[in-house]
Design a binder for this molecule. Structure first.
Ligand SMILES: Cc1cc2nc3c(=O)[nH]c(=O)nc-3n(C[C@H](O)[C@H](O)[C@H](O)COP(=O)(O)OP(=O)(O)OC[C@H]3O[C@@H](n4cnc5c(N)ncnc54)[C@H](O)[C@@H]3O)c2cc1C
Length: 386
């Protein structure tokens, strides 16, 4: 077993960190305050190649292997102070682009990937509905075949990048009867599809630099050529891709954990009370030691998931463990950083309070922690959850 990075991977990591620090995140506080999307940052990411890291060269990407892609994403999360911008990138790559990479036809890839890589097309993932969250199989948006087209009716909510996306990977019900697992289909829905309306922007506590939207679909007619995979394969496609989303979105969260640790260590070393640095109090140092433990263990699991995917192997269990552990660690780590910084952690002069707000949703999006535990229990041989 070799835990060393290659010289190329080390170099890429350094270059991404430098790029993220120098060219991204300077306006993070303003984007958070005003809930605005950093379009200049997005363009800079496209120019640097971020949006094409996992995409083959023939579509304009750099075709990085999964493990190297994870290292790059971790470095982006570490270096970029605007977690909202990074979350927009994560959603674009791991909830949209990856669907095309895994399940798109050659024609669909050729049609959409170049725009997704050069950043002119922003990707989003539209699964959740007002009455359907964790219980994916119960979704009620329908897609009915009319000749060569499908007509989609329904509503989608909490869609990251929802108000700015040019392409949605959308899930709808194509069968009324038969096995639930064969009743859903996935569609590639361009923003200008007639009958697709972005109803409203949703305001949220954190990650405010990632616009979130609610969609309405009324008689939305989409050509059969935009069906992703076969009709009825939507749930299978979702479960095969969700391990990428869960696993790969953890990378930037781990980068954030590293940043929180370094910021907190630096503060605990320079802030003095009772005549000594606060970091010399065991209560403070142990809090940060725990953060370090979480960071290192999350990173080990991240690299294992990257290795499994590089080897073309299934990582359903590992990505659920990684998602659960990293997201919970991020929330705990952000709260630990807030405690270490005292009042300065709470007021908006420093970015710590923003880090806490940005961290909170990690245990919900991509499947809640409860759902990850249920998956892990099921894959550990326990009876199926009711
Ligand atoms: C920041 C953010 C970004 C998001 N982006 C997207 C996106 O881009 N696209 C998209 O489609 N969706 C998105 N979502 C929605 C997200 O996927 C859902 O919030 C998530 O799947 C949970 O669904 P829910 O919120 O309806 O909660 P519910 O499913 O209603 O769950 C509520 C509570 O009940 C618990 N619960 C539910 N079922 C079980 C069970 N079987 N066992 C144990 N506990 C259970 C949950 O763990 C949770 O604590 C986003 C959410 C957030 C917060």
């Amino acid at each position: 077993m070799d835990f060393d990075l290659t010289p190329e991977q080390r170099d890429l990591r350094q270059r991404v960190i430098r790029f993220a620090r120098e060219e991204l995140g300077a306006q993070a506080a303003a984007h958070d305050r005003d809930e605005t999307f950093d379009r200049d940052g997005w363009k800079a990411c496209a120019e640097f190649g971020v949006l094409g890291w996992p995409v083959p060269r023939e579509y304009g990407g750099s075709g990085l292997d999964p493990l190297t892609t994870l290292l790059a994403c971790e470095a982006l999360g570490y270096g970029c102070a605007d977690n909202g911008l990074v979350f927009a990138v994560d959603n674009h790559l791991w909830a949209c682009v990856v669907y095309l990479l895994r399940h798109g036809s050659p024609e669909q890839r050729a049609r959409f990937l170049p725009g997704l890589v050069d950043g002119t097309l922003i990707g989003a993932h539209a699964l959740t509905e007002p009455e359907t969250g964790s219980d994916v199989l119960s979704l009620t948006t329908t897609a009915v075949r009319h000749g060569d087209d499908y007509v989609i009716d329904g509503a989608k909510c909490f869609i990251s990048n929802g108000t700015i996306a040019g392409l949605y990977v959308l899930f709808a019900r194509t069968a009324d009867s038969g096995p639930a697992q064969q009743a859903l289909s996935a569609f590639l829905l361009p923003r200008d599809t007639p009958g697709l309306e972005v109803r409203r922007a949703i305001s949220k506590a954190g990650l405010r630099g990632t616009p979130m939207g609610e969609l309405r679909l009324e008689g939305c007619r989409v050509p059969g050529a935009n069906l992703l995979g076969a009709e009825g394969a939507g749930y299978r496609i979702f479960t095969s891709v969700i391990e990428w989303e869960r696993g790969f979105m953890a990378a930037s969260q781990i980068g954030r954990l590293q940043r929180l640790l370094e910021t907190s260590v630096s503060y605990a070393s320079s802030r003095t009370q009772f005549g000594v640095p606060i970091g010399s109090f065991q209560a403070v140092s142990h809090r940060l030691a725990d953060l370090r433990v979480h960071l290192e263990l999350a990173r080990l699991m991240l690299y294992k998931v990257g290795w499994l995917k590089r080897e073309g192997r299934i990582a359903l269990l590992e990505s659920a463990i990684l998602k659960l552990f990293t997201s919970e660690s991020l929330v705990e780590g952000a709260l630990a950083a807030m405690r270490v910084h005292g009042a300065r952690g709470y007021v908006a002069d420093l970015p710590i309070e923003r880090e806490v707000r940005d961290a909170l949703a990690a245990t919900t999006y991509g499947g809640t922690s409860d759902i990850q535990r249920t998956i892990i229990a099921g894959l550990s041989g326990l009876p199926e959850a009711r």
